[in-house]
Write a protein of this length. Structure first.
Length: 285
């Protein structure tokens, strides 16, 4: 694996403490996120769903990617499933809890994910789309089928006059970064890189205190992506997805966008997910 790699994880019915509380949409949305990656031009796609989404499989996928990717490469990781919390035992979390992803055979802590991100070389960009509860609750709210996609509307762009426009009417990343647009996207940059030399952009379905409705965040992200027609930045995508989720859920679920690791202010201003199309993509199932 090299160049542009994507790994997509979806678990409806994990073992352990969430056994008996199955979801409906995590596994199907993992496959749809792989479709997004293919449309965006990623070289290789790995889909881990249901019983295939084990701790060993995720470990193997992330370590393999870290061992082959170098400066300028892009990794996309998506997760859709139950999210839980564990008591923070090493004192590195400000609120006393570690968030987890519930894989099929156990949980993976955010501390462990950070350990994987530390394996990547400087200059690698990692996009993480995490759709799961980031709160103390052990259940996800709601299991209704997500609504049909509404027709995406282009976001209202601010400060358009002084910015160079990219195709589709969006600000070019270099011009946008020079103009400080849109600085409000990343509300609280990390105080230090935590030993992560790569640049990690996290799109999360809810804050660390909140529950997330089954698949709602990923559903709206895919609707806005619109089979690759979306030409805005990660900041633009976050803003629109956040508005749609909160229109349904109110303050109970507020999607987040965060940066970890090495500073890269232009990263969230890049065109969301899009890469140059290549003909050598391989899908691994």
């Amino acid at each position: 694996m090299s160049g542009a790699v994507s790994i997509h994880i979806g678990v409806n019915a994990p073992r352990g403490r969430m056994q008996g509380h199955p979801l409906k949409h995590g596994e199907s949305l993992a496959w749809r996120m792989a479709g997004l990656a293919e449309q965006a031009g990623f070289d290789s796609l790995l889909v881990l769903r249901g019983a295939a989404a084990t701790r060993h499989a995720v470990h193997a996928a992330l370590t393999s990617a870290a061992g082959s990717m170098t400066r300028g490469d892009v990794l996309l990781v998506s997760f859709c499933g139950h999210g839980c919390q564990e008591a923070d035992l090493d004192g590195d979390d400000r609120h006393g809890w570690d968030e987890t992803w519930c894989l099929y055979d156990g949980e993976i802590l955010d501390d462990q994910l950070a350990g994987y991100w530390r394996l990547f070389d400087p200059g690698v960009r990692i996009v993480v789309v995490a759709d799961g509860c980031h709160s103390g609750g052990s259940a996800r709210d709601g299991d209704d089928v997500p609504p049909a996609c509404a027709t995406p509307r282009a976001p209202v762009m601010r400060g358009e006059t002084p910015l160079q426009r990219a195709p589709g009417g969006w600000p070019a990343p270099a011009a946008a970064a020079a103009a400080g647009y849109p600085a409000s996207c990343i509300g609280a940059p990390p105080r230090h890189d935590d030993g992560i030399r790569a640049s990690v952009l996290l799109l999360a379905s809810a804050s660390e205190e909140q529950k997330a409705q089954d698949g709602l965040f990923t559903h709206h992200l895919l609707c806005l992506w619109n089979e690759g027609a979306f030409a805005g930045s990660f900041c633009d995508l976050h803003r629109l997805v956040r508005d749609r989720v909160m229109a349904e859920r109110g303050p109970r679920q507020e999607p987040q966008i965060l940066m970890l690791g090495s500073p890269d202010p232009g990263f969230p201003l890049e065109r969301a997910f899009h890469l140059e199309r290549r003909d050598d993509r391989t899908i691994y199932r």
